[in-house]
Design a protein around this ligand. Structure first.
Ligand SMILES: Nc1ncnc2c1ncn2[C@@H]1O[C@H](COP(=O)(O)OP(=O)(O)OP(=O)(O)O)[C@@H](O)[C@H]1O
Ligand SMILES: CC(=O)N[C@H]1[C@@H]2OC[C@@H](O2)[C@@H](O)[C@@H]1O[C@H](C)C(=O)O
Length: 372
């Protein structure tokens, strides 16, 4: 237990996330006692510049060396910029930027030093959320599911529901909100669904110099190439039972699968691959959820949302339908998890990462001089 946060009572946690799509840093405040959410606060977004994106992307897939050091410096500087100036915050949950993720081999690497941020911001910083889970045999991801459980209860749900995050990579959380504790057996099943926006973003960058297919406009003009889609679904990842997680670039070769296609058909096919991965994933849900609540940038893509509506046997809506903010959910998640770490509560369990037993990851770094 961390003295600065105490054992009980509601605190304001500022979470920060730099996701695999590399668009920028999200930062948002959540109020919680580590179990229940009592409210949400201010949020901010700080986009990466093209130059920053290039430096971070050069570190993808690397575990050490100059490219990793340079990426870490960019990540830290961008976070310092966005995290400065939030009012009345008790602690920070800093996810950092995943550069490489191979849980059964080298491990998992999120860059950005939480101790540096703690010193500069004058606040306790919780960071390195994934390593402990990996060390205990877990996938180290996804970690948002404990937060999704709290969100479902905050939104007053009682029936099983699924959260679908569509960032660079997709991940699905099936939640039974009637279970009071997220680590209880049967409360959660979570895993990565496959690539979401990352291959499409890569195609847009390589062919058109654009960061993403805004509004799905390019995909809307194309036709899905069924042969490429079948090859995609034949990937061993889809036959694997959960738990399972992905590195951002595990499916980078999908862009080559659509290499012969025109721009619009290639975009339509990569968009369909994301939806098809989710449809495969739904088969693993312990019971069919009444609805899928979509979060992350992919919910802004109407072509992708339409494909999901056609291929899933339940209602598919953006998380805003239950009063949540789909652009900030991951940042809020790491604020929430930070409070759990500081209070010695678990942040993952066998149903979310395949870890042997419920475990709380994370390092707490205290500043030598506390702000405020
Ligand atoms: N208006 C839009 N139209 C189409 N796609 C969009 C739109 N807005 C965002 N996106 C997609 O969503 C992506 C950003 O999603 P998000 O911020 O959820 O990703 P992330 O948090 O970086 O990823 P991850 O969840 O994998 O860590 C963009 O890169 C883009 O592909
Ligand atoms: C290793 C890593 O950073 N994984 C991310 C990534 O982005 C989406 C998906 O793959 C998910 O597993 C995870 O992020 C979310 C926030 C999570 O841990 O729940």
């Amino acid at each position: 237990m961390n003295k600065a946060i105490g054992k009980t009572g509601v605190v304001s946690a500022l979470g920060a996330m730099s996701g695999t799509s590399l668009d920028g840093v999200d930062a948002a405040v959540v109020r919680t006692d580590g179990h229940d959410i009592t409210g949400f606060g201010e949020s901010r977004y700080r986009a990466y510049s093209e130059a920053e994106r290039v430096v971070i992307a050069a570190g993808f897939g690397k575990w050490s060396g100059d490219a990793v050091t340079a990426a870490a410096a960019v990540v830290e500087a961008a976070h310092l910029e966005v995290l400065n100036g939030f009012d009345a915050v008790d602690l920070i949950g800093f996810h950092g930027q995943t550069l490489a993720h191979a849980p059964r081999m080298q491990g998992t690497l999120q860059v950005g030093d939480g101790a540096v941020l703690a010193e500069a911001l004058g606040l306790p910083v919780v960071w390195d959320f994934r390593s402990a889970d990996v060390e205990l045999g877990g996938e180290g991801a996804p970690l948002a599911p404990f937060f999704h459980h709290a969100c479902a209860r905050y939104a007053g749900m009682t029936e099983p529901v699924a959260f679908l995050n569509l960032g660079g990579v997709g991940n699905l959380t099936w939640v039974d909100p009637s279970c009071a504790r997220p680590e209880a057996e049967g409360a959660l099943l979570a895993f990565d669904t496959g690539p979401a926006n990352a291959p499409l973003n890569d195609l847009m960058q390589a062919r058109l110099g654009k960061a993403y297919d805004e509004g799905g406009k390019l995909a809307a003009r194309g036709t899905v190439e069924q042969g490429a889609l079948e090859l995609f679904l034949a990937e061993p990842f889809f036959a694997k039972m959960p738990p399972k997680s992905l590195d951002r670039n595990d499916f980078a070769e999908m862009v080559a699968l659509v290499g012969e296609l025109g721009d619009a058909d290639a975009a339509a096919t990569l968009t369909a691959m994301c939806a098809a991965g989710v449809a495969e994933a739904m088969q693993h849900c312990p019971t069919p959820p009444a609805r899928v609540l979509v979060t992350g940038g992919g919910r802004h893509n109407p072509v992708l949302m339409q494909m999901l509506k056609v291929s899933l046997d339940c209602s598919v809506v953006a998380v805003e339908a239950v009063g949540l903010d789909g652009d900030m959910l991951e940042a809020q998640a790491f604020g929430y998890l930070a409070v759990r770490v500081a209070r010695g509560l678990p942040t993952s369990c066998p149903g979310t990462t395949g870890v042997r037993a419920a475990v709380g990851g994370g390092t707490v770094s205290m500043p030598s001089v506390r702000r405020g």
